[in-house]
Design a protein around this ligand. Structure first.
Ligand code: HEC
Length: 109
């Protein structure tokens, strides 16, 4: 019954990976909160305007850091600073959870 044991181990490993990949933040709540961001970054984070960075598929940690840095003033940008200032830690985590789960466009060069 070795194969069954391997399946168990693989199952637990997959569960554990799922838990660690889940991160903090609620993607459904993030989707709601992202409505005010959509005008610039696109509904699912796939901005079509070069001035506005694509957020879809970006790493969760990167998004949390970028937004936290705008909020703290560590990263300076006249557009994003006031927007991030009004976000709570929870908002930032929810938004990051949402955008990191969106499919980024494949750009062909
Ligand atoms: C008025 C347009 C506008 C709106 C609305 C807007 N952004 Fe931005 N966002 C920008 C611009 C411009 C930048 C690039 C700033 C820079 O160079 O640092 C940016 C950058 C970012 C970045 C960093 C991306 C990177 O690749 O480093 C994140 C994350 C982000 N925005 C999230 C959001 C979220 C979340 C919201 C909604 C709460 C939002 N933005 C609303 C214009 C906007």
């Amino acid at each position: 019954m070795i194969s069954k044991r391997i399946l168990w181990v693989a199952g637990f490993a997959a569960m554990f990976a799922g838990i660690t990949a889940a991160q903090a933040g609620n993607p459904a709540a993030g989707k709601e909160k992202s409505k005010s961001c959509a005008a610039c970054h696109g509904a699912d984070g796939n901005s079509t305007v070069p001035d506005f960075p694509r957020l879809a598929g970006q790493h969760y940690d990167y998004l949390v850091k970028a937004l936290s840095d705008y909020k703290s003033g560590e990263r300076k940008n006249a557009i994003m600073a006031p927007l991030a200032a009004s976000l709570s830690k929870r908002d930032i985590e929810d938004l990051a959870a949402f955008y990191s789960r969106q499919q980024g466009l494949t750009v062909k060069y």
